[in-house]
Design a protein around this ligand. Structure first.
Ligand code: MN
Length: 499
């Protein structure tokens, strides 16, 4: 989960017409900007300055190198001077990494009293970047465009959002999603094209026999199980019946055993996302609860009932939100409070990530009315308040659509003393009536990834990088306009996908 040595390449364009002195100055400016961006607390990656580009061959070479550089998650371009953009075509045609076009200028102020032709020869990004922009438009392949002074926090923050989306994209291309069992029987929205997911998002989705997991659980080393239990005891408020002499201690031991086995299985496969389903638990005594919750807290993606698309999305949002304040979790719209603007109580059978918890979670055991297995052990808590997003990835048959709703997670009006699972109460923007109408019009799922660490901007950048459809429901949403947007998108994606 650590961004570690991942980096962005900063590529500045110019041309030979101005002579070596200008190019030296351009290079000096490029290095200073890269250093500042690299040091910015808003950008989680190292920004590596590349040589100033002045010709087609070297640009193509550099972009091919970017493709094969494992640590490079994206490229930032900036045209300090005019840099005829046909020079960039061959490189852009071969670039497979996400691209951000930074439209900035080395000097913040226009030097009113001293500006002369020398200055004008060096500082031309106002028109140099427009030439570069045209080629993106002409190729129908528009990069992320960020405009403003490079020292401004807003500019650095916008680059940072995109950088995190690029990291999630990078991660998705190595992501293996393990599925224990198939989708919950007869459910529609969790279905999807796994090969298309590999082509569009990079992740591989494969089924594994739950019996193989059961075997790992069975053979879990006692010492490891004991160490997990001691971790539970230190980290959570443990219900009396689960304590050492409690009547359900065996269930706690079994839950810890499931966690050990699940971690071992995923590590063996090299998977950072997974699904399970209560309908296929052959060989497991209880539906994994606390194990799933703790794996999510460690950055694993998860989707219940075989929902691998949500597992992929949770993992991507975990990567994007790394080190940011606020949690990110698998979620399900459960029950409404139909007063005022309307509120949603989100929860699931068990699997809500404790990164959302507003206090030390409570470790409890309660019956699960469906599934026919033993009572599962789970962490119970209420989610922190704050602005956030709720996102859903669905398969429209000819494309993936990312549906995002801006939300405000709120403190529950009253305590929920009998709620046996972790939950979050939120107010969807602009209100429940518009949000739920738009959500269902767009086909958004009941399974989502909820985050109070991220804003819609991260998901918009991720969707743009992936080339998938993105629709947002927020304060600006007007239903008639939203419905038209979906209809226009239908036409666009129909035409854009071609044959
Ligand atoms: Mn569900």
């Amino acid at each position: 989960m650590d961004f570690g040595d991942l980096e962005l390449w900063f590529v500045v364009g110019s041309q030979h017409l101005y002579g070596p002195e200008v190019l030296r100055e351009v290079e000096d400016h490029a290095r200073k900007i890269a250093e500042r961006l690299s040091a910015s607390s808003h950008i989680p990656l190292k920004v590596v300055c590349q040589p100033v580009m002045t010709g087609s061959d070297s640009i193509r070479r550099l972009f091919l190198d970017a493709n094969s550089a494992d640590h490079c998650v994206g490229v930032i371009t900036w045209m300090h001077t005019f840099s005829p953009a046909r020079m960039w075509v061959a490189g852009l045609q071969s670039l497979q990494k996400p691209l951000l076009h930074l439209h900035t200028q080395f000097n913040q102020d226009l030097p009113w009293s001293t500006i002369d032709m020398d200055f004008m020869n060096v500082n031309q990004s106002a028109h140099g970047d427009r030439e570069f922009g045209f080629v993106g438009a002409r190729r129908r392949c528009i990069p992320k465009i960020v405009v403003g002074f490079w020292q401004d926090i807003e500019v650095q923050a916008e680059i940072g959002v995109w950088a995190r989306a690029a990291c999630a994209w990078h991660d998705a291309h190595q992501l293996k999603i393990v599925r224990f069992g198939d989708n919950m029987r007869d459910v529609a929205v969790t279905e999807g094209d796994k090969l298309e997911a590999q082509l569009k998002l990079g992740c591989t989705v494969n089924g594994h026999g739950v019996g193989d997991l059961a075997q790992r659980v069975e053979s879990a080393a006692e010492a490891e199980v004991a160490s997990v239990i001691s971790d539970y005891e230190q980290s959570y408020v443990v219900a009396e019946s689960l304590q050492a002499s409690g009547s359900h201690r065996r269930s706690l031991r079994e839950a810890a055993r499931i966690e050990v086995g699940l971690r071992a299985f995923l590590a063996e496969v090299g998977a950072y996302a997974f699904t399970d389903t209560f309908e296929d638990l052959h060989g497991l005594t209880q539906l994994p609860g606390i194990a799933v919750q703790r794996l999510m807290a460690d950055g694993y993606g998860f989707g219940a009932e075989g929902d691998w698309k949500t597992a992929a999305l949770v993992r991507a949002m975990k990567v994007m939100s790394r080190g940011l304040k606020g949690g990110t979790s698998f979620m399900e719209d459960y029950t409404y409070h139909l007063r005022n603007a309307g509120q949603v109580l989100g929860a699931h059978m068990l699997e809500v990530c404790p990164t959302l918890a507003d206090a030390k979670p409570s470790l409890e055991i309660h019956p699960l009315a469906i599934g026919g297995k033993a009572d599962p052990v789970r962490l119970v808590f209420t989610a922190l308040s704050g602005p956030g997003v709720n996102a859903s990835l669905i398969d429209m048959g000819n494309r993936f659509r990312l549906v995002v709703n801006k939300i405000q997670v709120v403190r529950p009006e009253e305590p929920l003393p009998k709620l046996p699972v972790a939950g979050a109460v939120w107010q969807p923007k602009p209100d429940l009536r518009v949000a739920a109408t738009a959500w269902m019009t767009a086909g958004g799922a009941h399974h989502t990834c909820l985050s109070i660490a991220l804003s819609p901007a991260y998901l918009e950048d991720f969707a743009q990088i992936a080339g998938i459809e993105y629709v947002v429901i927020d304060e600006e949403t007007r239903l008639s306009q939203f419905q038209k947007e979906l209809r226009w998108n239908e036409l666009y994606y129909g035409l854009a996908s071609g044959f």
